[in-house]
Design a protein around this ligand. Structure first.
Ligand code: ZN
Length: 258
């Protein structure tokens, strides 16, 4: 909170004005909204999760099929952090805006479930979620909560209660197709909105990073709130390069209390 400049305060007011004027606002979030909750960006090379394993060798669909135990060992520290994590003020601000009718759809690249924990509805998780698991043989789906305690405490590999095959968490791995129904909804939401607010993503992971382009092509305004630059900054009406957990609550306050 310390050191927010007059220019940023001005941009916060402009962002709030755009949200109030818009008929359909879509918000798209990425890893940066969950780092204040203690969840590392697991695609980032600096967080240590990649130091023991090469990502394509453990976190791809091919690798999972070949060696699921190694995948579950790799995922373990990340899963421990995600299940313990709590929503931060940025998630809470978006939930407040959505529940007050100012955001129609939240699209997230995150698999941590923190938008839902914060009280948001109908979150489109384009990279899947850790909340459910599916049998690799009979496709029976299970709530992950049936398996979490055993996995967190003993790193136990989960097996299907119907057929005994290994379960795969419903998160999208490298070289795995995105969830079709969710993806179609996300594209449609972007095409129909008149404002898209991109939060906590550097827009580096395709094809999700291309979603705001659908909105721009249909004349929507673009707001980007992220601590680093993105390839769409040049097309944004407004950019705020700051910590999202500092900025979003201020925007929500201006929208809801003005
Ligand atoms: Zn099965």
């Amino acid at each position: 909170m310390i050191g927010i400049s007059g220019e940023i305060l001005h941009n916060i007011t402009l962002a709030a004005d755009l949200i109030k004027k818009s008929q359909r606002t879509v918000t798209m979030t990425g890893a940066g909204i969950s780092t204040p909750s203690g969840i590392p960006d697991f695609r980032s090379p600096n967080v240590g999760l990649w130091t023991r394993f090469e990502p394509m060798e453990v976190a791809s669909l091919t690798a999972f099929r070949h060696n699921p135990e190694q995948f579950y060992q790799w995922l373990h520290p990340l899963a421990v952090q995600m299940y313990a994590a709590q929503p931060n003020p940025a998630h809470q601000a978006l939930a407040k805006l959505q529940n007050a009718g100012y955001i129609s759809v939240i699209i997230t690249q995150n698999i941590d479930g923190l938008h839902t924990k914060a009280g948001s509805q109908d979150v489109l998780e384009v990279h899947g979620s850790l909340d459910t698991m599916t049998c690799t043989n009979c496709y029976h789906q299970y709530p992950a909560e049936n398996y979490i305690e055993e996995y967190i405490s003993h790193c136990a590999t989960p097996f299907c209660q119907e057929c005994g095959s290994i379960l795969k968490p419903d998160v999208i791995l490298y070289n795995e197709q995105l969830p079709v129904k969710t993806w179609v909804k996300a594209e449609a939401a972007c095409k129909q909105c008149d404002l898209i607010m991109v939060v906590g993503t550097s827009l580096e992971v395709m094809p999700s990073a291309g979603l705001p382009i659908h909105a721009l092509e249909n004349g929507a305004h673009l707001i980007i709130i992220n601590n680093t630059v993105t390839f769409l900054d040049v097309r944004a009406e407004l950019m705020i390069h700051e910590n999202v957990a500092d900025i979003l609550p201020r925007i929500a306050d201006e929208v809801l209390n003005a």
